[in-house]
Design a protein around this ligand. Structure first.
Ligand code: ADP
Ligand code: MG
Length: 475
């Protein structure tokens, strides 16, 4: 029976399949194509340099045993590596690399026998431009799964994160996108994934980076003409965590380079984790092709925690800090700080500090003071759109009517109230408020603000409108 590359490789595969986990087999062996057999050397095609590196690093012994079974002691293995060029649109070409060579690469491809007598086969050559360096993960060990309290608001995101941490690159959650408002735990959860992976798979290269730093590094690399090194560096990562990807809005150059890095990692079964303050559909100024990549995996939302979860988070934090606090006080904080876990923690930290500096007990009075300060300082900025919606619905109008040119008294009043609140609650200029609320000029807005102030003082009914609307807009 004549041996063909396919028959030899299939035999190898069935041996390999029995010896490794099926996920690893799928990832690393199924994509390989047998190309050619000549004498006792088999050529296989692999999809990328990284693929080749990975095989050499993790499966060389297994490959060797498999090949020797089929081709005898002098078995040789040659890789045909598809080199994709990320810097230009050059069509991919292939490069031959002999397995575990001792000599530097030579473009012809040199064949060197697999040294089966050597116990440890080291990979002695470095592909130009790529160096395996130890990469600091930039992870915060305190941000782990144990310290991340589960609740209805985060259940999906948390369990998807754990699935990814158990099998980086091996789930359909790739990329995993965690999104949600400020202070809801995106960064914490992203770190937790990295921390867990480092623990379970110490050999994996994990990197946490904020999108801002990523952008800075990229800009630096362009300035110093080391863009290729930048790209190579990121392409070596096994688990890449990019925080606050909304910062890439409008930065086309950085988005472009991220797109290439992302594709490379994804194609090679590497895990990508992204966080953002918005769902993909709401992201602005992010290129469509990048958005569509984000949608490949799973988008999991972190919602505002409910009361029970807020209380557990507080109790857990107190427990960790070894602080005792009366239930009544914990309850007060949990009831009043609603929309942001960071603020919950902030209140606790202030309380502990106050109480210990001034040798004070935790009292409800102190708590109220501190909570008040937090609530005031973090009054969120509402948008003019939101104000128009709230005011319109309060008066049972639609926004178009509110903005229309009509002089009907109750509509004029509603419009003036919208302008008044826009002035009071946003940083927008009079002119910009006017242009957004029915294309009026700045003088009209100024007049509206004066009118509302006057009427609030003289008209009881009107004052009620202002109070009601203030409540609706601040909570
Ligand atoms: P984001 O990145 O979404 O703005 P962070 O991850 O920085 O939010 O979280 C803010 C703070 O709240 C952090 O100190 C984090 O540890 C804490 N936190 C958020 N969610 C939880 C949770 N479910 N359990 C415990 N702590 C949490
Ligand atoms: Mg964050």
């Amino acid at each position: 029976m004549t041996k063909t590359a396919t028959t030899v490789w299939n035999e190898c595969l069935s041996f390999i399949k029995d010896n490794i986990k099926s996920q690893a087999y799928k990832t690393w062996f199924e994509p390989i194509k047998p190309i050619k057999i000549s004498g006792d050397s088999l050529t296989i095609q692999v999809p990328s340099k990284f693929f080749y590196e990975w095989l050499e690093e993790h499966y060389i012994k297994l490959l060797r045993v498999a090949l020797v079974r089929e081709l005898g002691d002098d078995a040789k293995l040659i890789y045909d590596v598809r080199m994709e060029n990320v810097y230009s649109s050059n069509t991919p070409h292939t490069v031959k690399i002999p397995s575990s060579n001792r000599n530097p690469i030579n473009s012809q491809g040199i064949t060197v026998p697999l040294d089966i007598n050597k116990r440890e086969l080291k990979n002695p050559f470095v592909i130009p431009g790529i160096q395996k360096v130890k990469i600091e993960s930039q992870l915060n060990p305190n941000y782990n799964f144990d310290s991340f309290i589960e609740g209805d608001s985060n259940r999906l995101a948390r369990s998807a994160s754990m699935a990814v941490a158990n099998k980086p690159g091996g789930t359909s959650f790739n990329p995993l996108l965690i999104y949600g408002g400020v202070g809801l735990g995106k960064t914490h959860l992203a770190h937790a994934i990295g921390v867990e992976i480092k623990d379970k798979y110490p050999d994996k290269t994990v990197l946490y980076i904020s999108s801002e730093r990523f952008t800075q590094q990229f800009i630096e690399s362009v300035k110093s003409n080391t863009r290729n090194d930048f790209i190579h560096f990121y392409q070596m990562i096994d688990v890449l965590i990019i925080d606050d990807v909304q910062f890439l809005s409008g930065k086309t150059g950085t988005q472009d380079v991220f797109f290439h890095i992302f594709n490379h990692l994804h194609q090679n079964g590497k895990q990508v984790i992204i966080t953002s303050d918005k769902a993909p559909v709401d992201m602005q100024d992010i290129e469509q092709r990048l958005l569509s990549r984000f949608k490949w995996g799973l988008s999991a939302e972190l919602q505002v925690p409910d009361y029970e979860t807020r209380i557990s988070i507080l109790q857990n934090k107190l427990y960790r800090d070894g602080v005792d606090m009366p239930d009544e006080i914990v309850d007060y904080i949990g009831k009043n700080i609603k929309s942001n876990v960071r603020e919950l923690e902030g209140v606790l930290v202030s309380m502990i500090a106050q109480a210990s500096f001034n040798r004070k007990e935790f009292t409800l009075a102190l708590t109220k003071q501190i909570v008040d300060k937090f609530v005031k300082n973090t009054k969120r900025e509402v948008s003019i759109d939101q104000i128009q919606k709230v005011v319109s619905s309060y008066f049972d109008l639609d926004v178009a009517t509110l903005q229309s040119k009509t002089r009907k008294r109750h509509i004029v009043q509603a419009r003036q109230l919208a302008m008044f609140f826009a002035k009071r609650m946003t940083k927008a200029s009079l002119a910009s408020i006017g242009s957004q609320i029915g294309k009026r000029d700045h003088a009209t807005v100024l007049h509206a603000c004066k009118t509302v102030n006057n009427l609030t003082e003289t008209d009881k009914q009107f004052r009620k409108y202002v109070e009601d609307l203030t409540k609706k807009l601040t909570y």
